[in-house]
Design a binder for this molecule. Structure first.
Ligand SMILES: [Zn+2]
Length: 336
């Protein structure tokens, strides 16, 4: 009998293999096509090597623009990079590759590979179920970040109002510092801008550049001051009402007296909690919770499922729960 997983796997290096030719999100020496589903570090594994050794590297144009900012404009010139937009298809030998939107960060894509017999193998990449179209597939590889029943959010997923109210409360006291990862910070900017918040936004050069790329691809963020500009420095020195967007890595340097907002997915009990030292943790997630992952698996109607056991998450638990609740055979790969 043919191995049912022959055309789909996750390697020990984290490459998501789809069909015969494609490897997503890590280098794979046996696969001529490398896909980057989105510009988060754990999905750009071995990209330098892929640029050197793969025939082609595929990404959406937004992801390509983000990598240009993060790695420098020369980096992607080291390989043969082709952009592919959502719902467009490209062919390689006897297989087709199609990108679908993933609601996760700017440019994020799901990937579907269809072979000559019409067999469909799909990879979700990272996603939030809310605005992510479900791909029907024969074999599905699904992310497993919140793949444990302990990771269920007990509140509505739309917490924009909570975020806006929290920031407004902070602005009444002065400068607000927002901590988050690239992509998520821009999502926060858009939410605040669309809610009519007029306080100036401040960002470091990297965050500023990523914001400009986000606007180029259709997000609406409002005016942003560079943190090195005199006006930005003055606003913060006076503790004037403004919003300073900072990368999560800078959190250790934060002034503990300042009003801080941290956007994090690892919150399941309440949409916002205040810590004793003036931090406000808002549960803005860019991943589905456990129920969202199960919902995707059910609606995709696959014959078999692989959960990504390379990246942070609960792949083994998710595989067990999928089998228990949906009766679909599921395996966590790579084996640990
Ligand atoms: Zn991600």
């Amino acid at each position: 009998m043919q191995n049912p997983l022959a055309n789909a796997s996750v390697t020990s290096r984290g490459a998501i293999q789809l069909g015969k030719h494609v490897a997503c999100d890590a280098f794979d020496e046996n696969r001529p096509l490398r896909v980057v589903t989105h510009a988060h570090a754990d999905h750009m594994t071995g990209l330098s090597q892929s640029l050197k050794e793969c025939e082609k590297v595929l990404a959406t144009s937004a992801t390509k623009d983000l990598i240009d900012i993060m790695k420098g404009p020369l980096y992607l010139m080291g390989g043969n990079v082709e952009t592919l937009e959502y719902y467009k298809t490209t062919r390689y030998m006897d297989e087709t590759i199609t990108f679908f939107k993933a609601d996760h960060m700017l440019g994020a894509a799901q990937v579907l590979v269809t072979d000559a017999q019409g067999t469909r193998t799909a990879y979700t990449g990272d996603f939030r179920i809310d605005e992510t179209p479900v791909i029907e597939a024969d074999t599905l590889i699904i992310e497993a970040t919140y793949g444990s029943p302990a990771c269920k959010r007990n509140f509505p997923t739309d917490i924009r109002e909570v975020l806006v109210n929290t920031v407004q409360k902070g602005l009444r006291q002065g400068t607000v510092y927002v901590f988050g990862y690239h992509g998520k910070l821009q999502e926060v900017m858009e939410i605040l801008h669309l809610a009519g918040i007029k306080a100036p936004f401040i960002a470091s050069e990297r965050i500023f550049q990523i914001s400009k790329i986000s606007e180029k691809h259709g997000m609406r963020l409002g005016r942003i001051l560079l943190s090195v500009e005199d006006q930005a420095k003055e606003l913060q020195e006076k503790n004037a009402p403004c919003i300073n967007f900072c990368h999560m890595n800078a959190k250790g340097n934060a002034d503990l007296r300042s009003f801080r907002v941290t956007v994090s997915g690892w919150e399941f009990d309440t949409p916002m909690r205040e810590t004793i030292d003036n931090d406000h943790i808002v549960a803005l997630s860019d991943h589905s919770d456990f129920n969202g992952l199960l919902e995707y698996a059910r609606r995709s109607k696959p014959k078999q499922i692989i959960t990504d056991n390379h990246r942070t998450g609960h792949a083994e638990t998710l595989a067990r729960e999928i089998h228990k609740h949906l009766g679909i055979p599921a395996t966590a790969l790579p084996k640990r």
